[in-house]
Write a protein that binds this ligand. Structure first.
Ligand code: GKE
Length: 346
């Protein structure tokens, strides 16, 4: 029996977890990316290495598919997306427009697009004490350069394909997703993974580098909530963009303190103001999400950081980057976030 759902970007962090969620929910899953997942083999029924910047590859990827979860994107943390505006814009614009057209040509029923909180205007994110961002706040537009602007453009392209061709589309704006099996080194990592890496590599009483003064704020969403939210939004009747994040606002200094507590280490912070910081404050307003789904991400940051820190520390140990004696966090009892079965799972 051939696959009925497609996940693009399935070699990436959220893509890997989404494939696992859909397979467990009884779907036959085709997974596509430029490379297979880095840390664990994909549980997809079919994994195809394709370059979605090429239209022909998008036609191959979407053949015979009922639903597309389109997560493929050239992306990374603030250090990466502020350094490669041109290539990120070109790669993502090619991938997204080709995927929309191939989805239409192959008669796919429904298309979910992974957008981002980076679509929100910078003029609304100048204070650490930020007012949570509502979906309607995206306009008048002043998104994050490159990555954010392209995401906002593709959100509109989804709307036009729905209006002109009747393609059912769903748009999800991710708010900083973290968890095990995500990039934690190499330049594309986001803050939670970067901080976990730095704390794991530091001795007790050591010091870590933190970008900015650490008083900038964010909300972070655990990956299990993210994939459940993606699934619920795909099943929903809402074609309008939806925030997907938590509204648990923390400073980056508080993020460091939480990770240090999990590691059982005393850590001092060296703030580097020359490093990229992005917006001063960002939080998700989940009013529309709650109204549409009757659900919202619920894993508290500390609860998600425990398995995340453990996994990153384990990876660093596996690669011999942590001397055996510094491996302190084993004593912490790990409480896995509760996994709820997918609503309407086939
Ligand atoms: N990456 C990173 N690495 N960030 C650090 C570090 C570090 O070692 N130390 C402090 N930070 C600070 C950054 O300066 C920034 O102010 C904050 O953590 C969050 O950085 P981030 O997680 O890399 O990314 P942002 O939330 O600023 O932006 C990301 O938003 C996502 C959507 O919420 C984007 O890069 C995309 O990953 C995505 O759109």
């Amino acid at each position: 029996m051939s696959a009925n759902v497609l996940v693009t970007g399935a070699g990436g962090f959220v893509g890997y977890h989404l494939v696992k969620y859909l397979v467990r929910s009884g779907y036959r899953v085709r997974a596509v990316d430029l490379h297979p997942p880095e840390y664990e083999e994909s549980p997809a029924h079919e994994f195809e290495v394709l370059d979605l910047r090429q239209f022909e590859h998008c036609l191959i990827a979407t053949r015979g598919i009922a639903e597309v979860y389109h997560l493929a994107a050239d992306m990374g943390g603030i250090g990466y997306i502020t350094a490669y505006h041109a290539s990120i814009t070109r790669n993502n614009a090619l991938i997204n427009l080709h995927m929309l057209e191939a989805t239409r040509e192959n008669g796919v029923r429904r298309f979910l697009f992974s957008s981002s909180a980076c679509v929100y205007p910078q003029y609304l994110q100048k204070s650490a004490d930020v007012t949570p961002l509502k979906e309607a706040d995206a306009w008048p537009a002043d998104p994050e350069e490159g990555y954010g602007l392209e995401k906002l453009f593709t959100e509109k392209a989804c709307q036009y394909y729905r209006e002109d061709f009747g393609l059912e589309t769903r748009v999800v704006r991710f708010h900083n997703v973290y968890g095990p099996l995500g990039t934690y080194d190499g330049g594309k990592e986001k803050a939670p993974a970067a901080i976990c890496r730095k704390v794991a590599l530091a001795p007790d009483g050591g010091e870590i580098e933190v970008w900015g003064d650490g008083e900038q704020t964010r909300s972070f969403m655990y990956v299990d909530d993210c994939v459940e939210g993606i699934y619920r939004i795909m099943q929903s009747d809402s074609p309008e963009p939806l925030n997907l994040g938590t509204d648990e606002l923390v400073t980056i200094n508080q993020l460091v303190d939480t990770v240090a507590a999990i590691a059982g280490k005393r850590i001092s912070l060296c703030h580097d103001l020359s490093q990229p910081q992005g917006v001063r404050g960002r939080n998700s307003d989940n009013t529309r999400l709650r109204r549409v789904l009757g659900w919202e991400p619920r894993t508290p940051l500390r609860q998600g950081l425990i398995p995340t820190y453990r996994w990153i520390e384990g990876e660093l140990r596996k690669h011999g980057r942590i001397p055996m004696r510094a491996f302190a966090s084993e004593s912490i009892a790990v409480q896995q976030p509760v996994r709820t079965p997918a609503p309407g799972a086939v």
